[in-house]
Design a protein around this ligand. Structure first.
Ligand code: NAD
Length: 476
């Protein structure tokens, strides 16, 4: 078995089970346990926070160039270990192993980006109104951060948070998802092997609500950052508000795709399959509502359904697989409930619609049309391999439908007309828009949402800002 022994990382020490409680880690392709994860005790959590406070005093003083060196070395180690880490991700998360290995390279690129960006945290000098006074704006790290990351991208999401925080001079206690612990630990190991001092990064696991309330309330912690559902994001924001602590929230989405009559329908349908069903649709920026202009509706849905039927559902370790299982046992019943509700309200099933026959947590890639606006799936994030096709008449109606939900994370449009693309880019209520393709996640570009999808940004130059504050020094 290639699955590693699991531990916590507290103040630079790898902490094994001892007399701690454990919970099993399950392979979603088989439903079988593959490892035992130690749960942090309250003493472990306190020790991690105290260590983050102590380490902050020296890490913030460490020259940005030296912090860069550690992050760059860690990125290189991830690249060397990409095949091994990717297989571990597939075992605990389910995604096809090729996708998992690419995710490790993606995490390495993210660490590289933040390493570089940390060397460009410039202050400024503001001209004074009085002679003899010099006004400096220093940008300083906010302090120890408590981070909470989900199971869908178990290495790139932690890399975004860790990379931004550590490059800025912050320290961090992170709780990766209990479903996918080994991948998060592999990232931490690369950083430790690259020379990260003890306490700068601790990794803990436990009951999510208990751990998050303890860490965010801890007096050493100055900021919380969370990626996950809007419901949990509200709880994290409330906890942070108690202590007037900063918070970054990357929450759910229900991304619209506006396909206009003049779009290249073949290209749109083929690219849509890759974007929708990557990671079995368990992506906060996954395209979900395909809003298709009436003249293109029939042709687009026909091509989309045909392209979906070419997907191969199976164990992610099989190189032929293009669609793996859902990540845990709560997801297939969630898919069934949404599909049954939609069909009960008259929706037409164009393809898929049921569980896979492989034994684990599989769900067939599914396309629904003829949807009642009241169907749950029209407003609830499916977070699975479920796409919706909905017609619209003109630009105004299409934009109104795209903006109708409280979410505002990713959005997409396909059109050959520059004026239409311009109108969508001005009018869409979303943190991100891709026109005529689906690529939105480069280390160099900001990643974040508006409305119920959260606030703050995790990529690009903006990704380090969230870990800094501006200090005015006025010298006479
Ligand atoms: P869930 O709400 O139980 O868990 C989602 C994630 O949040 C998990 O990683 C979990 O460990 C964490 N979490 C839950 N309660 C927490 C708390 N009180 N404090 C800190 N962390 C907490 O749901 P689930 O069944 O695992 O996933 C379902 C929903 O979660 C999806 O429908 C989707 O909306 C959302 N989700 C979003 C993302 C994302 O990338 N934005 C990722 C994973 C899940």
């Amino acid at each position: 078995m290639e699955y590693p022994e699991l531990s916590l990382l507290v103040d630079g020490r790898w902490v094994g089970r001892g007399d701690r409680d454990v919970r099993p880690v399950i392979d979603p392709a088989t439903g079988q346990p593959v490892g035992e994860l130690p749960m942090a005790t309250t003493a472990d959590l306190d020790e991690a926070c105290e260590a983050a406070g102590r380490a902050f005093r020296s890490w913030r003083e460490t020259p940005a160039y030296d912090r860069y060196g550690v992050l760059r070395r860690a990125a290189e180690l991830l690249r060397e270990r990409a095949d091994e880490i990717g297989r571990v991700t597939t075992i605990e998360q389910g995604k096809p192993v090729g996708e998992a290995i690419q995710e490790v390279y993606g995490a390495a690129d993210i660490l590289d980006w933040f390493a570089e960006e940390g060397r460009r945290v410039y202050g400024r000098i503001v001209p004074s109104r009085r002679p003899g006074v010099r006004q400096l704006v220093l940008r300083q790290p906010v302090g120890p951060v408590a981070a909470f990351t989900p199971w869908n991208f178990p290495i790139t999401i932690p890399a975004r948070k860790i990379g931004g925080a550590l490059a800025a001079g912050c320290t961090m206690v992170i709780k990766p998802a209990e479903e996918t612990p080994a991948t998060g630990l592999a990232l931490a190991r690369a950083l430790v092997d690259a020379g990260l001092p003890p306490g700068v990064l601790s990794v803990v696991f436990g009951d999510p609500a208990t751990v998050s309330s303890h860490l965010i309330r801890h007096p050493q912690v100055r900021k919380a950052t969370f990626t996950g559902s809007t419901a949990v994001g509200r709880q994290i924001a409330a906890l942070a508000a108690e202590g007037v602590k900063r918070v970054t929230l990357e929450l759910g989405g229900h991304a619209p795709v506006l396909v206009f009559d003049d779009a290249d329908l073949d290209k749109a349908a083929k690219l849509a399959v890759g974007a929708k069903f990557r990671n079995a649709g368990q992506i906060c920026i996954a395209p979900t509502r395909f809003l298709v202009q009436e003249g293109a509706f029939e042709e687009f849905t026909k091509r989309f359904a045909a392209a979906i039927d070419e997907l191969r559902l199976g164990n992610g370790l099989d190189p032929e697989t293009t669609l793996g299982p859902l990540a845990h046992d709560r997801r297939p019943p969630a898919m069934a409930a949404l599909v049954d509700d939609a069909i009960g309200r008259g929706a037409e099933l164009l393809t898929g619609g049921g569980p896979g026959e492989q034994g684990g947590y599989f769900w067939q890639p599914t396309l629904l049309a003829g949807l009642d606006p009241a169907a749950r799936v029209m407003s609830e994030e499916p977070f699975g391999p479920l796409a919706l096709a909905v017609p619209f008449t003109d630009l105004e109606e299409g934009l109104a439908a795209a903006n109708a939900l409280p979410y505002g994370l990713a959005s997409y449009a396909f059109t050959a007309d520059r004026a239409t693309a311009y109108a969508v880019s001005e009018g869409i209520e979303a943190g991100m828009l891709a026109v005529n393709h689906f690529m939105l996640t480069a280390p160099e570009t900001p990643f974040g949402g508006v409305k119920d999808s959260g606030y703050g940004s995790e990529g690009g130059a903006e990704g380090i800002e969230d870990y800094l504050f501006a200090k005015l020094v006025s010298e006479a």
